[in-house]
Design a protein around this ligand. Structure first.
Ligand code: AMP
Ligand code: TRP
Length: 336
């Protein structure tokens, strides 16, 4: 039997942080041998909010290199850039025309981001989830591994696929595959270091709120040293009353690859002064090999270009097949 297919992506906006790693990329790596994988750098999504043209290309490279540095293996995965495969934009347009506006207006991420943009909300920001649906549906993905924050967008993707199939598919022969979200329990929601009730995010104005995968050891130590804690002695998993403590213990648990009970006992009588250096140590143990590999990849000129060129070819082939099926179902005249 052929393997199930996975598709996922990260935006080249800002730097990759521990939330992206633990919520998404680490899970891609852990499951990669069991699936046929497509991982893209979603640069078309990056311009849904004001962006800097001078850094977009370099940021795209960085994310692709980090995929490899985190352990994505080209034997099991195709890595490519979303804007290199024009079928993404084209399918997004076609899906736009069958997606009711009020489905998009309900999206929590749109409402939150729109609030931050004030007057300057682009149509692209509203349309963001339709482009994401196109990303996924083009590859007939069975599963989409993402963090908890993307769950609503996945549900929308399923609704769009279902609606398309109902309207234009033949009974029992759906055109678009309806995908399943794959949200791992442990790293699904990594919280900010400065506010344990908010998720760690690339767009938080405070750089102290997140640990980036490419932060130096000194910076990481400083961010953990200064992160928000509380006055209670003894550390406990208590999301309701001690959100910061809960988040830091969670981070430790995942990074040290221990179980919760073990960690709860280990730190039951410990204070912050003892805990923080230990958290710094396990964080560095995970991040240091990623940084070393990243540097080696960036130093090898031309390598990343060849990975992305090959990725584009493989992705294009699959995407073109789905796009042709969709256009046929919609009744388009084939190019003559
Ligand atoms: P983005 O940075 O928005 O492009 O997100 C890329 C991936 O990281 C998506 O799968 C998100 O769900 C995941 N992600 C982003 N922030 C977090 C977080 N704080 N905790 C867990 N996963 C996250
Ligand atoms: N919206 C996703 C995020 O911000 C990124 C994304 C775009 C994505 N297209 C995708 C994730 C397709 C998974 C599959 O995290």
């Amino acid at each position: 039997m052929s393997k199930q297919r996975i598709l996922s992506g990260v935006q080249p906006t800002g730097k990759l942080h521990l939330g992206n790693y633990l919520g998404a990329i680490r899970n891609w790596v852990q499951g990669q041998e069991d699936y046929e994988n497509f991982f893209c750098v979603v640069d078309l999504h990056a311009i849904t909010v004001p962006h800097n043209p001078a850094t977009l290309a370099a940021d795209t490279y960085t994310i692709a290199a980090l995929y490899l540095a985190c352990g994505i293996d080209l034997e099991h995965a195709t890595i490519f850039v979303q804007s290199h495969v024009s079928a993404h934009s084209e399918l997004a347009w076609l899906l736009n025309c069958i997606t009711p506006l009020n489905w998009l207006e309900r999206m929590i991420q749109f409402k939150e981001k729109a609030l931050k943009q004030g007057e300057n909300v682009s149509t692209g920001l509203l349309d963001y989830p339709v482009l994401m649906a196109a990303d996924i549906l083009l590859y007939n993905a069975d599963k989409v591994p993402v963090g908890e924050d993307q769950k609503q967008h996945l549900e929308l993707t399923r609704d769009i696929a279902g609606r398309f199939n109902d309207k234009f598919g033949k009974k029992k022969r759906p055109i678009l595959k309806v995908p399943e979200p794959l949200i791992s329990q442990s790293g699904a929601r990594v919280m900010s270091l400065t506010d344990g009730t908010k998720k760690m995010s690339k767009s938080d104005p405070s750089t102290m709120s997140r640990i980036n995968l490419l932060d130096s050891p000194d910076i990481i130590a400083k961010k953990i040293k200064r992160c928000k804690t509380d006055q209670v002695r003894g550390l406990t998993f208590d999301p309701e009353n001690r959100p910061e403590c809960n988040n830091l213990l969670n981070l430790y648990t995942i990074l040290a690859d221990k179980n919760k009970e073990e960690v709860a006992t280990e730190f039951a009588n410990m204070g912050w002064g003892q805990f923080k250096p230990l958290l710094t140590e396990v964080t560095m143990e995970v991040i240091k090999p990623i940084q070393d590999k990243y540097k080696a990849i960036r130093a090898e000129k031309g390598y990343l270009d060849s990975v992305l060129a090959e990725g584009r070819q493989k992705a294009e082939k699959v995407a073109a097949g789905t796009l042709a099926k969709v256009k046929k179902a919609l009744g388009y005249l084939s190019p003559l």
